[in-house]
Ligand binder design. Sequence first.
Ligand code: CS2
Length: 496
Amino acid sequence: MEKIIKLNQKNLAEIAKRISCPTYNRSNIKTGIVHVGIGGFHRAHEAFYTDALLHDDSIKDWGICGVALLEFDTKIYNTLKEQNGLYTLIIKELDGTLTKRVIGSIVECLYAPENPTTVIEKMASPEVKIITLTITEGGYNYNEATRGFDFENPQIHYDLEHPESPKTIFGYLTQALKLRKERGLLGVTIQSCDNIQGNGHMAKKMLLSYVQKAEPELVAWIETNVSFPNSMVDRITPATAALDIEKLKETSGVDDAWPVVCEPFKQWVIEDDFSTDRPAWETVGAQFVEDVVPYEKMKLSLLNAGHTVLGIIGALMGYDTIDESVHNPHINAFLKKYMDIEVTPTLGQLEGVDLESYKQSLLQRFGNINIKDQIDRICSESSAKFPIFVLPTVTTNLKEKGSIDFASLVIAAWAIYSLGKDENGKVLIIKDAMKATLNEKSIAASKYNPEAFLEIETIFGKLKDAPTFVSTYTTAYKNILKNGIEKCVIDLNNKY
Ligand code: CS2
């Protein structure tokens, strides 16, 4: 057994003898991008593309400064700091082989709770051209009920009162943009990489709502100097397991405290709308297009919603991973029918996309037995995911008089899932910012009336006033309790 080497800049030359490492000189790379949210997805996606780009020796301006915004991010910040921003990306190929590569594009790391001023100054620095975000679907502070910015959020109150030491992304961006304006600097591009329909539009709308209240005179400057391109991002990135860390040590002798594991597939479609310069990510596989909205819609309502379908139904049946769920033939058939009957008619024309093979490839990706994507991860923050991934399909089908049977069963399953136990009585680990409300309403649904769950307006908006939906959902709810979820899945499959 070779000696185990700790991953950091000093040991990189030695590690390069074992696995593929950056061959560019990292100390020559300047920070052109500030990225907020250095979780697994960013490190499997944007940082991966950017690392590939930096292998072109003429490119030196596009290093990433990774920002940990929340106290929750302390561990990843400390790990990356210790490892000089380096980490191993482990791609789990379909045949079970592992492709490992050390990624070097995160050249700086900052921890916002400790030093907000440094983060604000970094975002305002002239060499920074782009601020990218993976702050999760819930991070945009959008309220489905009012269809606007949630000013009730105590963290937002805090930021309004403490503009120089904020806690939320809105407080940070406002301060940084204010400095850029005062200093006569160029604007920046703010690029959301979260799974939200029109993620750039959402980032812009939410930021401007906040700025309107916090710094009204900054609004016009932002409108002229800051662009918010929409983008579609895709790469399945499960949570890293202790076994992944051990295996990396065993097979390559590299001690990396937090490698990232992901699938081989990757896609990044970006609207070509940048305020100033941008990296030539298209040279390493990204696509720049004029209008990304149809791609986003396709991905969110097929892939992400597909995950939610497999996750919620699978969780109730006692499965732990997405591949287990999709390999159940009834769930598999259910998902296919959901995609074909309920989602496909809502997608409209998708030029240049072979939808049939896209759907086929999704089933293969979900079924990758090496990925072992955790159902816990997929079901986490469902309160932010359903309104983006599933409910728009229901709303469109209600309008167009299409089927809502499949989606309604999944929503009813979620109401039962929110009671906190699977059908075998095992406790479910529910991670959700709205956990308490979900639990309270799910209890009311089970005790009195299934409709109680739909009263959560910040999730369901006005859907509780749509009689067709309410009755389909209520029937599904009762059927699940009476016959079990698998029987309901089978019955619905037989109906279509
Ligand atoms: C998942 C996504 O969080 C979820 O529910 O659907 O993280 C998904 O794996 C990525 O969007 C894949 O691109």
